[in-house]
Write a protein that binds this ligand. Structure first.
Ligand code: HEM
Length: 345
């Protein structure tokens, strides 16, 4: 029996691909909260600007933190993807420097505006700024997510990428880009709904009750649109790497389906089960992405490169700090949760 991708690869490549899948899934969950939360605030700003609903308050409060977490959690997959695909990612991105660096000023503007939104009731309630500010924040966050999708698709398109860089073009309008970006946006809503439900635990019953129907609606809507877009783009794109990607696509689909059914029935009562199945789905997406990347890579050269990277050393230091960081984060998470519960009471 052939082992599941990436465990069928030479050891060094298998380790880097596995670390990429896991760290990418964690980054994506944080990005979903940020993307979904800013989309919700932009939509609320346009259709119902007056008043602070429970969810509006929650997102205004948590999005600046969520942005910091998303960026920090993006660093680990950024490191691994540069080892996995040095030419298509690292070298290529240096060549197209200003295009990808454009995400930095955009991120800075979004970060700053999130704090303005959180800090100033006057601006939040202003007739014009109250509407414009969340829309600008959402556009910035969506631009960054969109750029990552565009960058990823370009790195897979080995046939065009050198001529693309040589002609110094700025945008890569692959036919898959829009449906993929739409899928990523829709998929952010279930992630948002699940994390928001967890954040609301410990809040007064009436607050949780007021938010529950909207969160359930966002979860179902997002999952249905994301699964639809996934089937639309996925059916053609994964054909060439069917054997490697199929188990991961099943995992992604079943995880999403389970999270949706659980969420629709019991989101408020048991968000942890929905979170577990949603995480399985994100791991599935990560695995299918890596199977596809692997199918586009010049295998012999990259295996050699991974083996060389493996012998450079430092893996023990990485494992040590990964454990220290995980323990520290778990400890801080518990402290914050305890303090928040005490403040609410
Ligand atoms: C704050 C806004 C951000 C959002 C909304 C966001 C969202 C996303 C999304 C949706 C993807 C998947 C793209 C796809 O598969 O089509 C992605 C991939 C990725 N993101 Fe982020 N991201 C953000 C910031 C960052 C930052 C600041 C970093 C780095 C420090 C980062 C690192 C990555 C990496 C390495 C990937 C995988 C790239 C690849 O496989 O080609 N992200 N991000």
């Amino acid at each position: 029996m052939t082992a599941l991708f990436p465990f069928d690869l030479p050891a060094a490549s298998a380790v880097y691909a596995t670390l990429m899948i896991v760290t990418f899934a964690i980054h994506l969950l944080a990005a979903q909260f940020l993307l979904g939360g800013s989309a919700y605030l932009a939509w609320r700003g346009l259709v119902a600007p007056a008043g602070d609903s429970v969810l509006r308050k929650l997102f205004v409060d948590w999005l600046p933190f969520a942005m910091g977490v998303t960026i920090t959690l993006g660093v680990a997959p950024l490191l691994f993807v540069q080892i996995l695909d040095q030419q298509g990612f690292y070298t290529a991105n240096l060549l197209l420097f200003h295009r990808w660096m454009a995400v930095l000023p955009v991120l800075i503007v979004a970060f700053y505006l999130l704090y303005v939104q959180k800090g100033s009731t006057r601006i939040r309630e202003h007739a014009l700024f109250g509407r414009a500010l969340p829309a600008v924040v959402f556009s910035c966050v969506a631009f960054v997510g969109f750029s990552w999708s565009e960058n990823h698709l370009l790195s897979l398109d080995r046939g065009v990428w050198s001529s693309f860089y040589a002609s110094a073009r700025w945008f890569y309008p692959a036919p898959e880009l829009l449906p993929r970006a739409l899928m990523m946006l829709a998929a952010s809503l279930p992630g948002l709904a699940i994390v928001a439900t967890l954040l609301l635990r410990g809040r007064p019953q009436e607050e949780r009750h007021a938010a529950a129907t909207t969160l359930r609606g966002l979860l179902i809507l997002g999952a249905v649109v994301a699964i639809g877009c996934g089937l639309w783009t996925g059916s053609a794109t994964y054909r060439e790497v069917r054997a490697a990607s199929t188990p991961w696509l099943w995992l992604a689909g079943l995880g999403a389906l389970t999270a949706t059914v659980f969420g629709a029935l019991h989101l408020a009562r048991n968000p942890k089960l929905a979170l577990l199945s949603w995480t399985v789905s994100l791991l599935g997406i990560g695995g299918a992405r890596e199977a596809r990347r692997w199918g586009a890579l010049p295998t012999d050269t990259v295996v050699e490169h991974h083996e060389r990277a493996w012998t450079v050393g430092g893996f023990g230091v990485f494992v040590f700090f990964a454990i220290v960081a995980t323990v520290a984060l778990a400890f801080l998470g518990r402290r914050v949760r305890t303090e928040l519960r005490a403040t609410v009471k």
